[in-house]
Write a protein of this length. Structure first.
Length: 370
């Protein structure tokens, strides 16, 4: 489990530290406070362990560059990264490294992203950007990139050292943390039914986890749903709900039901990792939101998932608080406020603080006005 995060020079965040992370972590604050950036930092760090997003089928770093530009598709390739990558850097200070550090209890993983990818001599051209892991080597540090690239931030070149033992030590010491990062899942509004149809549902069907999605839909969204099937439409097969009197394609469902299926389907597949949820309340009625979050938290409890959730919904906070008490899970709510210098102040609100604020008629999301 990730216990703390440090982010520097990423997007609008000059510096941000979040400590005392637990099983369920909720981030609130006004627009531009750095909530989504925090999720992106964890997602980017996971790219060191597994560069490709298993749901979207694209590079994670490339996806982070393009995800906030609705008209740009990460599948266009690395030329898109070259065009837009400076937007990742705080105030476009591209001479400074983006830094991301994750603590896993007593173990720490530090990552760096440079604007210009170092090119070791005799190495083939780099296929796009990549994070470097900071590794201690005596009194110095070496940047390590899988599978076998090393770089010295001091000499700006490949150090003349044998690295096989260092490489083995790093991989052995961080094996559990790497397995955790390999599974990191980002759930955001850019998930599409095609992503599910091509990459997620074949796995769900193989393990018959589709029954969990059907049960969730029956609880609130479509009480008459019998099953979910593949239906031939326009020369291809698409996911569809089998109802009492008809069959409805996933893409034709109401916004709430479609969003619930989009988020719940990949969630059912992962375990022993982190799941990053961006604004899961979008398009959801409070009753539907409770049904989805009940599903999500039960899955998280059963499959040992650590949740990171951004929200603007006080209803979501109250729903999650009630559910985690029933499931005996830890929860922390963090209020984030970014100053004009880009430094993010993070205040952890104890459960009693949230309750007291609401009893006083104050909205915890508006603490910056207090």
């Amino acid at each position: 489990m990730i216990t703390s995060i440090y982010v520097e020079n990423l997007r609008g965040v000059k510096r941000c530290v979040v400590n005392n992370l637990t099983h369920v972590n909720i981030f609130i604050g006004r627009n531009g406070a750095g909530k989504s950036t925090l999720l992106e930092a964890i997602y980017m760090a996971s790219a060191w362990a597994r560069p490709l997003d298993i749901i979207k089928g694209v590079s994670k770093l490339l996806y982070v560059v393009t995800r906030r530009r609705g008209h740009v598709d990460a599948r266009y390739g690395w030329e898109i990264y070259s065009k837009y990558k400076d937007m990742l850097w705080f105030n476009k200070y591209i001479n400074e490294e983006i830094q991301i550090a994750l603590n896993f209890g007593e173990k720490k993983m530090e990552f760096r992203l440079m604007y210009s990818q170092p090119q070791p001599p005799h190495a083939p051209p780099a296929d796009g950007p990549a994070l470097w892991l900071v590794v201690a080597q005596g009194s110095n540090v070496i940047y390590y990139q899988r599978p076998d690239s090393f770089w010295s931030p001091v000499t700006k070149s490949t150090p003349p050292l044998p690295f096989s033992e260092l490489q083995k030590r790093v991989e052995d010491e961080l094996r559990q943390e790497l397995e955790f990062l390999e599974g990191v899942l980002l759930l955001d509004s850019r998930l599409t039914p095609r992503d599910l149809e091509q990459r997620i549902w074949p796995q769900l069907l193989d393990r018959r986890l589709d029954t969990l999605i059907v049960e969730m839909l029956r609880e609130e969204y479509e009480v008459n749903v019998h099953d979910i099937t593949y239906k031939p439409v326009g020369g291809e097969y698409v996911l569809a709900l089998k109802l009492k009197n008809t069959t409805v394609e996933i893409d034709a469902l109401g916004d709430g039901a479609r969003a619930a299926v989009m988020y719940a389907s990949p969630l059912a597949l992962v375990k022993d990792t982190a799941v990053l949820m961006e604004d899961p309340e979008a398009h959801q009625h409070p009753a539907g939101l409770k049904a989805f979050m009940s599903f999500a938290l039960k899955i998280a409890k059963r499959q040992n998932l650590q949740l990171f959730i951004t929200t603007h919904s006080i209803e979501l906070i109250n729903i999650i608080k009630q559910l985690v008490r029933e499931l005996d899970m830890g929860i922390h709510v963090y209020f984030m406020e970014r100053g004009p210098d880009g430094v993010v102040d993070v205040r952890m609100l104890e459960e009693v603080d949230v309750d007291v604020l609401q009893k006083m008629g104050l909205d915890p999301r508006l603490l910056y006005l207090v």
